[in-house]
Design a binder for this molecule. Structure first.
Ligand code: FPP
Ligand code: MG
Length: 323
């Protein structure tokens, strides 16, 4: 079981409203794609991005009528990106359930992602706040840039750890940052607080993706709800793989697996064993913890209270989880 993290009772309560809103907006048009969308949303997820919107939305004035659409929209964007990602990865399961491309087909999955993406911006536009739309649009742009960068560099050893950090900043961290910027802005927080919370989100997102890449190697498939070793199969050079390549006497084998576009399950298992025989996993977890420390340093200026307690707790969860 994953470590439970402290979720403020208010956030817990309002997250239920977000869940209801997600189901409502997706089914509203009665289109066929609602079924594939709802299947994905019902499979659950950690809902970290809407939680961040709600929590940072408490920084100053808590106005639920703005926060619910914003939290709903960010989860819709995230879900759309995962549905598209599963097509690219040819993944069969996510969150313990068949992916849209597995249960239907790739075409349905692409259309479902587009549909959710469209609804997200429709919901967001109801706020009538172009600053918020801009923050979200920038995050989506970054997401797409990150994903493209990842596609272009897979199966290549001609990349550095800085390339990896740029990719994960774009594909993951900036959406976490957007969640915090949106919540803090909607609460009427000061400019300096909004900036600090945006940086908190970015650092938290970096730690989240680094830890996700650890779980892809050392996680438990049952708890994760998806197979492990996918990054290796897809030729992605994540942080633990960089560290293992530095350390292992079997780096030639590991290099071959990264470069191979047709690695077998046996190859992947052997590569995972090689990585686990080094200190790569431990070193990577320490790097993730460093990002959490930076996240917490950036919110030094936020007054002590429930919001800060919640942000600390999310930080702890991100680097101490099993899914
Ligand atoms: C999951 O990460 C995927 C992402 C964080 C981003 C995917 C982005 C796109 C496919 C671009 C399309 C965007 C929109 C808005 C429709 P991962 O692959 O590391 O994690 P996983 O192991 O859970 O798949
Ligand atoms: Mg993926």
């Amino acid at each position: 079981m994953s470590k439970d993290y402290l979720l403020l009772p208010q956030v817990k309560k309002d997250l239920k409203i977000v869940e209801e809103e997600l189901a409502k907006v997706v089914a509203a048009d009665g289109v066929k794609l609602a079924e594939s969308s709802l299947t994905t949303l019902r499979a659950g997820g950690k809902r970290l991005r809407p939680i961040l919107v709600l929590l940072t939305g408490m920084t100053n004035n808590y106005d639920l009528s703005c926060l619910i659409p914003a939290a709903t929209a960010i989860e819709l964007v995230h879900t759309a990106s995962l549905i598209h990602d599963d097509v690219l990865d040819e993944a069969d399961t996510r969150r313990g359930f068949p992916t849209v491309n597995a249960a239907w087909d790739a075409e349905t999955a692409i259309s479902t992602g587009d549909y959710l993406f469209g609804i997200a911006f429709e919901v967001l536009s109801k706020l009538g706040n172009s600053d918020i739309v801009k923050v979200m649009a920038d995050a989506v742009l970054a997401l797409s840039v990150g994903e493209l960068h990842q596609m272009r560099t897979c199966h290549s050893l001609n990349q550095t750890i800085d390339d990896y950090l740029t990719k994960i900043k774009n594909k993951t961290a900036l959406l976490f940052s957007a969640a915090c910027l949106v919540g803090a802005t909607l609460s009427g927080a000061s400019e300096i607080e909004v900036e600090a919370l945006g940086k908190y989100g970015e650092n938290l997102g970096m730690a989240f993706q680094i830890y996700d890449d650890v779980l892809d190697i050392s996680g438990d498939e049952e708890i994760l709800g998806k197979p492990i070793g996918i990054d290796l199969k897809d030729g992605m050079v994540t942080m633990p793989i960089f560290f293992a390549l530095e350390e292992t006497p079997q780096s030639k084998y590991l290099q071959k697996v990264v470069e191979n576009v047709n690695s077998t399950e046996e190859d992947i298992k052997k590569a995972i064993n090689i990585i686990e025989s080094t200190s790569a996993i431990e070193r990577t977890k320490n790097e993730a913890k460093r990002f959490i420390e930076s996240a917490l340093e950036t919110i030094d200026l936020i007054a002590e209270g429930e919001v800060k307690k919640g942000l600390r707790s999310i930080g702890e969860f991100v680097v101490d989880r099993y899914h």
